[in-house]
Ligand binder design. Structure first.
Ligand code: KIV
Ligand code: ZN
Length: 511
């Protein structure tokens, strides 16, 4: 068996299925480049049939990424496979990932198909995908609740049809580690042509077991794990890439395989994904949480000072924590600015965008002496957001609060090209600003989340605000960053409103 564990990242596909985590095409390309830098083997870039926007994003990632394989998802339907094949046309190395459900409940209630029809459609899909690419992956959706005899039958047939990777999804996160590991072992032992493919796993975290289930599968012969940065993904998320990679890396006494991942890119990539999606990382999250390497108790601190290994099983710098360094300042020029953006693989699409970003950089450098990579990422996200043909734009905001008085906000917005002003009071300056915005746009949305995160340490840090707004069942996140958190909040709210009023027609892979 191979000693290489293939890391298949699905942040851009399953990760994007987290409610509110939608990303623009340019944001997806930035994340894909960061994944490539991390030496991820396969990047699942999206589900091209879902919408024209998804198709274009897969196309853009396929063209931008050279070192990782780019994969597109397709149901076992001709139109999905043709769309995936077309979107991947410009890729250096491409894969089509096709799937159909195999559990009794999904076949009867969702697909309304007999087991024979499912096998026939799976085989047809794999053969069609092979007309576009040499590398085809097949997933029996909801394998974790499928009948083992039927799974063996479908998998044997798709291998004969030309699939090279067979991915076993625990779609609803139902399995337990010992059970999932033994499922992989049984499939490998019972399917006669199993040695012709790589077995992969794709675990969801509904019971908090996605990483444990994936690792148990690896111990039983799986050689590809599908995972996402920060464990982003549908419902409770997918297995977290950083946890899988570091568990295999740290416990080489147990695992007889290695990944090819450059772990020093983990923290920068985690920050990029949380900045773009607005999904903050909890402080106690393994590997990438702010406290993951912090020692609070005196006994621990004393032990670590005497010998790091007393309380640390990994080194913070090995997963990229030391990447948080001062890069630019007030006196840095346009060239230094442009060079650092290039080093971070950030490409702005036009000279106007570079100029706008540089102006914002100078404004920021006036307020904040030390500019870190994280500040640059946030600044570019802000410029990208402003460039997205917004119907609502912040022109001016003044918010004042004083002890014993109700805070008040004066705001000026551009709404569909017309300048409009309002003043509102509120329970705090942020509340006052949001009320003033609502008095001008009457969006009819409901605010379901408001969170502020300091991008770097220090009281001069930019505040990064995420809001989640909902209207008629549609949920979007808005983001904004500024050293003034009331302004960051107003930007985030306006960004959310711009997204929710933009039309969106999108199919969901599981429907
Ligand atoms: O969870 C799942 O079953 C999936 C498939 C499309 C692989 O995401
Ligand atoms: Zn999934």
């Amino acid at each position: 068996m191979s000693d290489k564990l293939i890391i298949f990242d699905t942040t851009l596909r399953d990760g994007e299925q987290s409610p509110g985590a939608s990303m623009t095409r340019d944001e997806k390309v930035r994340i894909a480049k960061a994944l490539e830098r991390m030496r991820v083997d396969v990047i699942e870039a999206g589900f091209p049939i879902a919408s024209p926007g998804d198709f274009e994003s897969v196309q853009a990632v396929a063209e931008a990424v050279k070192d990782s394989r780019v994969c597109a998802l397709a149901r076992a339907l001709d139109k999905d496979i043709d769309s995936a094949g077309a979107a991947l046309h410009g890729a250096n190395a491409a894969r089509i990932h096709t799937f159909i459900a195999t559990s009794p409940i999904h076949m009867q209630m969702k697909l309304r198909m007999s087991p024979d029809q499912v096998v026939e459609q799976a085989v047809k899909a794999v053969k069609r995908a092979r007309q576009y690419v040499d590398d085809v992956e097949f997933s029996p959706e909801d394998a974790g609740r499928s009948d083992i005899d039927f799974l063996c039958r479908v998998i044997e047939a798709v291998i004969d049809a030309g699939a090279q990777t067979v991915n076993i999804p625990d779609t609803v996160g139902y399995n337990l580690p010992h059970q999932f590991g033994s499922l992989i072992r049984t499939l490998r032992e019972r399917i006669p042509n199993a040695d012709k493919v790589v077995f992969s796993v794709h675990c969801h975290n509904d019971l908090g077991l996605a990483v444990a289930n994936s690792l148990s599968a690896v111990l039983n012969g799986a050689r590809q794990v599908e995972c996402t940065i920060n464990g982003l993904g549908e419902r409770a998320g997918n297995a977290a890439l950083e946890e899988i990679v570091m568990a295999v890396h740290t416990r080489q006494d147990i695992f007889s395989c290695q990944t090819g991942i450059d772990a020093t890119q983990i923290v920068p990539c985690s920050r990029l994904v949380s900045g773009i999606t607005g999904f903050a990382v909890q402080p106690n999250k393994a590997i990438v949480g702010a406290n993951a390497f912090a020692h609070e108790s005196g006994i621990h601190q004393d032990g670590v000072l005497k010998s790091r290994e007393t309380y640390e099983i990994m080194r913070a710098q090995d997963v990229g924590w030391s990447a948080n360094r001062m890069v630019l300042g007030k006196h840095s020029g346009r060239n230094a600015f442009r060079t650092r953006l290039q080093e971070l693989d950030i490409t702005l699409s036009s000279d106007e965008e570079v100029n706008a970003a540089f102006v914002r950089f100078k404004e920021l450098a006036d307020k904040k002496h030390e500019i870190y990579d994280e500040d640059l990422q946030a600044l570019v996200t802000d410029v990208n957001l402003a460039a997205e043909n917004e119907r609502i734009r912040l022109v001016y905001l003044k918010a004042s609060s004083e002890t014993g008085e109700m805070p008040v906000a004066d705001i000026t917005l551009w709404v569909d090209g017309v300048e409009r002003k309002a003043t509102s009071r509120g329970d705090g300056p942020v509340d006052a600003a949001f009320r003033a915005i609502e008095s001008l746009v009457a969006s009819g949305t409901q605010l379901t989340l408001y969170s502020v995160n300091a991008i770097t340490s220090g009281t001069d840090s930019q505040g990064e605000v995420t809001v989640r707004v909902e209207k008629n069942g549609r949920i979007v996140n808005g983001q904004g960053a500024d050293t003034d958190i009331v302004i960051a909040s107003a930007k985030a709210y306006i960004n959310g409103l711009n997204k929710i009023i933009a039309p969106e027609h999108r199919a969901h892979p599981q429907l």
